[in-house]
Write a protein that binds this ligand. Structure first.
Ligand code: NDP
Length: 431
């Protein structure tokens, strides 16, 4: 059965989602892109058509929508007969969009945890604050809600589940490592929405250690990793969505998230933060104007989507898992390498948007074909990982594994295709 898709948001990630959905319009049906600034939706539609990604006769339409208006979203879902909603708008709209899905029975997929604009870094586990409160509602309505189906959260959750199912009897620790070794050539920019990006780092750093929530300060704990293709990289322990569900869903004592930062990013961040310019709380100017400093900073920084044309270099994101198998200790790194320039050439977006958007479309395809249409709310690690990783391979993001046997494409994911150099592996061979 065809399942029309409604994409909410028209930023960098939505651009990737629209291109990939268009390439799979035969499986999905009609595709709709709706966002606050309709001109950005039209630009996405133009980009998909220019790249020739929309099959003849397929429908791709742009709509204006304030997704915080639940009734307007319900009306649009009904008008477009959408059965799958891919929410890649700002994380502030998640609960409103979920309400519209529950009211209409449409499946819901997002790529980031819900946030209240006036609250940063709520009590862990973060999903308990909003999403998980609505599990019963989703189940009662028979609504499939897949939370955090980007790369991190998303693919890294599937990697953790795969490690548990296939590579370990017992897992001692999962370190999720996210390194962007790309260069955008601007003085300072964030790779996705600056507001969401900074909010990740201005609060406490929560990690799951010794089966307890542990609190640290941002940039307090630093660690260097030697990673495939991108080499030695400095990362800092950071709070992140997926720790909050993995700690609940997998029986693992230590789960940490590490993000790569250059000295320049840290310097600019600290100046902005120390000046109070990253605050989410409104301030009043001498002229009586009420402004949120963080929103002003967002307004003056480059739009992350605008970085795409000149972005070069690669990302390396994966799970370093330690534990035991057959009585022996082992360490396995399950990861992906993506390339900014390739992403731009294919869909007009930079690599961070690409790594977030492709998995959301893979999840939507699995909902459309029934494999992940579970009719309840789940995080990605609660679903079978292999169909997801297999689909992503075909969509442009391959999984590799590094362990005591060496570094290779993931076996079990289309082994017949694993021997054919795929997009990312071709990159690996030429670098
Ligand atoms: P952008 O800021 O580029 O895009 C967000 C879009 O949402 C914009 O088009 C914005 O509209 C729209 N929007 C905001 N508020 C509303 C509203 N009330 N109604 C309708 N549309 C609205 O962000 P990205 O594309 O970079 O990121 C999208 C999502 O993906 C975010 O939630 C981000 O956290 C997540 N993400 C997840 C990753 C992962 O790996 N899991 C990685 C990267 C991002 P306007 O243009 O008017 O501002």
């Amino acid at each position: 059965m065809k399942r029309n898709v409604l994409i909410i948001g028209a930023g960098g990630v939505a651009q990737v989602v629209a291109h990939k959905c268009a390439q799979h319009a035969v499986e999905f049906g009609d595709i709709h892109v709706a966002s606050r600034t309709v001109a950005k939706c039209h630009a996405i539609v133009r980009s998909v058509r220019e790249k020739g990604h929309l099959p003849a006769g397929a429908v791709l339409k742009a709509h204006a929508l304030d997704a915080l208006d639940v009734q307007a979203t319900i009306n649009l879902i009904k008008r477009t007969h959408s059965r799958i909603v891919i929410n890649v708008g700002a994380p502030f709209v998640n609960m409103a969009v979920m309400s519209a899905c529950i009211a209409t029975g449409a499946a819901y997929i997002d790529t980031a945890i819900h946030e209240d604009p006036l609250k940063i870094c709520e009590a862990p586990p973060w999903y308990d604050n909003y999403e998980w409160k609505r599990r019963a509602e989703c189940e009662k309505a028979g609504v499939t809600a897949i939370l955090g189906a980007g790369f991190d959260p998303g693919v890294v959750n599937a990697y953790a589940r795969l490690a548990k199912d296939a590579y370990f009897d017992k897992i001692d620790s999962i370190d999720i490592i996210d390194v962007n070794a790309g260069e955008h050539g601007r003085y300072f920019a964030t790779n996705f929405d600056p507001e969401t990006n900074f909010r990740e780092f201005t609060g406490k750093v929560w990690s799951w250690q010794n089966r307890k929530w542990t609190e640290n300060k941002m940039f307090e704990i630093r660690k260097e990793w030697d990673l495939p293709l991108v080499g030695k990289r400095t990362t800092y322990m950071t709070g992140h969505d997926e720790i909050h569900s993995l700690a609940r869903n997998l029986d693992v004592p230590d789960i940490r998230f590490w993000m790569g930062f250059g000295d320049h990013y840290i310097k600019v961040f600290e100046v902005l933060n120390n000046l109070g310019l990253l605050s989410e709380q409104p301030v009043r100017t001498a002229e009586g104007l009420e402004v949120v400093p963080l929103k002003v900073v967002k307004a003056v920084l480059p739009d992350p989507a605008s970085l795409a044309p000149t972005y070069t270099g690669k990302t390396c994101i994966g799970d370093l898992v330690r534990g035991t198998k057959g009585g022996k200790t082992r360490e396995v790194f399950i990861y992906n390498i993506a390339d900014h320039k390739q992403a731009y050439e294919e869909v007009g977006s930079q690599g961070i948007s690409y790594t977030a958007g492709v998995p959301a479309v893979a999840a939507a395809l699995l909902v459309a074909n029934g494999a992940w249409d579970v009719r309840k709310m789940v995080n990605v690690e609660e679903l079978p990982p292999l169909p997801f990783l297999e689909l992503m391979h075909g969509l442009g993001l391959s999984t590799r594994i590094r362990d005591e046997a060496g570094d290779r494409p993931l076996t079990g994911v289309a082994p017949e295709r694993a021997s054919v150099p795929h997009r990312d592996e071709r990159v690996a061979e030429t670098v």
